[in-house]
Design a protein around this ligand. Structure first.
Ligand code: FNR
Length: 183
């Protein structure tokens, strides 16, 4: 059966380009992967005071990641870092201390921006955050998607061929990476 990959989107926006990129990746994924796209909606603010009796939404999010065969982050860049909602989701799943839900999961990072720099700083922020709490991060191909503003039609379908090519290469490489990590 295909490897189950949880795709964590770093935006709550209904018309989020990150969400559209994630959905496009789900469609382009080879048959060895099944992508489940999730957003940070409904994940309570992390608060150490709640750790003894964690909210149900934390437990559900952690369990989803624990049950997966890998995690893919698709995120915009906010002020040269990742959006707070994504950091919060990561903080929630990183706990309890030493029991991060991401441990052992092969991980991929795809940043994007309607601007020229492709959200590279958000990707670098994740490369800073994840090593201490996750499995191996795929290093190649690096994927910082710029100028995503004209890449989708009004229904959210990917219409930019150059972007489709990059996403196809990325998800094919990630499938190979996950296959090797799980072997
Ligand atoms: C942005 N944006 C942005 N873009 C970028 O390339 N580098 C940046 O540092 C920032 N900073 C930033 C801060 C805040 C608070 C907002 C709201 C926006 C623009 C951002 O890329 C754009 O709004 C994207 O459309 C957001 O991603 P989603 O929601 O489309 O996935």
């Amino acid at each position: 059966s295909p490897h189950h990959i949880v795709v964590i989107v770093g935006s709550l926006r209904k018309e989020s380009f990150s969400l559209k990129v994630a959905n496009a990746l789900a469609k382009l994924a080879p048959s060895s992967l099944k992508l489940e796209v999730v957003t940070p909606h409904g994940i309570s603010f992390f608060n150490q005071d709640l750790e003894a009796n964690p909210p149900a939404d934390w437990l559900a999010f952690r369990e989803k990641i624990q049950k997966s065969d890998g995690v893919l982050f698709v995120t915009p860049e906010y002020n040269r870092a990742i959006p707070g909602v994504l950091k919060n989701a990561i903080d929630v799943a990183s706990r309890p201390y030493g029991k991060s839900s991401f441990i052992g999961k092969p991980t991929g990072i795809v940043s994007n921006s309607p601007g020229p720099l492709g959200g590279v700083n958000a990707a670098k922020a994740l490369q800073h955050i994840l090593p201490g709490i996750s499995g191996t991060i795929m290093g190649q191909p690096e994927t910082y998607l710029n100028a995503v503003g004209d890449a989708f039609d009004e229904k959210g379908n990917l219409i930019k061929e150059s972007l489709q090519k990059v996403l196809q290469q990325y998800i094919d490489a990630f499938a190979v990476f996950v296959g090797k990590q799980s072997a």
